[in-house]
Write a protein that binds this ligand. Sequence first.
Ligand code: SF4
Length: 342
Amino acid sequence: MADGPSLLELCRELGYRMLAHCNFCPWNCRVDRVAGTKFGACKLASSSRVSSHFHHTGEELFFRGTQGSGTIFFTSCNMRCAFCQNGDISTDKDNGEETDPRTLAAMAWTLRREGCHNINWVGGEVIIHLHAIVAAITLLGRDFVPTSTELTRARRTKADRFHVFKQVPEEAVYDDRFNAPILWNSNFFITPECMGILRLLTDVWLPDFKFGPGRCAMSLAKTPWYWETVTSNLALIADWGEEFTIRHLVMPNHVECCTFPVLEWIAEHVPTAPVNVMAQFHPDNFCDPASAKYRGKYAEIARRPTHAELDRSWRRARELGLKFETTTFERRGGLGMPMLGG
Ligand code: SF4
């Protein structure tokens, strides 16, 4: 390797400069997160907290493989999804442990040497932690080896720390260097400036595409500019020839306004992208009638989607010719659409 700064080091520098007038996401708060005297929509200063990290065996088969996806969960978010199924970490910025880039790198290093197929950066939302993640990846790219103190610190949030994983360091090496495929697992509410940085460090993208072009992103997630931001970012990675899989969660009473337009946009603009049309929505966070946090204004989504709603969603995906069946139904033990009532 040349002695001068690497491209990753330049990205790290850019990330820290942007943090001083934060424009990581389209809220474009312009607060100085380094000074930390004023906060933006994500309520974060410059430090990052990790809620947990572990071998994730719940991701799509081609990400979890046989050893799991090495997933690192960050706290806080730049959206406000009323139904958030990670509400404990997305709405509580103080959840987990404060984590510096060396500790983050130690987490990734450990997971990869334990056989994880990739490092899966997720939250909450990850873009709001861009500076720390780029710094960690930069370290990994410079033959990083964690100290025992860093490993101990990292272990505090390792959810599967009592499970004994076989160390397979040789599988973490490619061309004599440490190698960890980077998976960016995100709500995709990201500025073009950050997309440019992510392009240089992301191997595979796992974007959510939740809401249609109407008011749903505002009424359910208090997020303006959602449709235009996510569609433009999806078009961008398609243009760049990147590998990506889109996740769409079917929500009750939102098949016509959200699921259909999302699937139709994908069919028109990125028809070959694998899509996971997910059935696992359950009322959570502010939509769970059994919770003290429940708010009556979310009654329309305070239930699971019906079989009929899922059936309509999957039939539409099939009519549109989307590549969704393998990803969506692999856990059902087959690749076909399940037989559902109408
Ligand atoms: S990440 Fe987004 S929400 Fe957070 S301060 Fe920056 S622009 Fe604001």
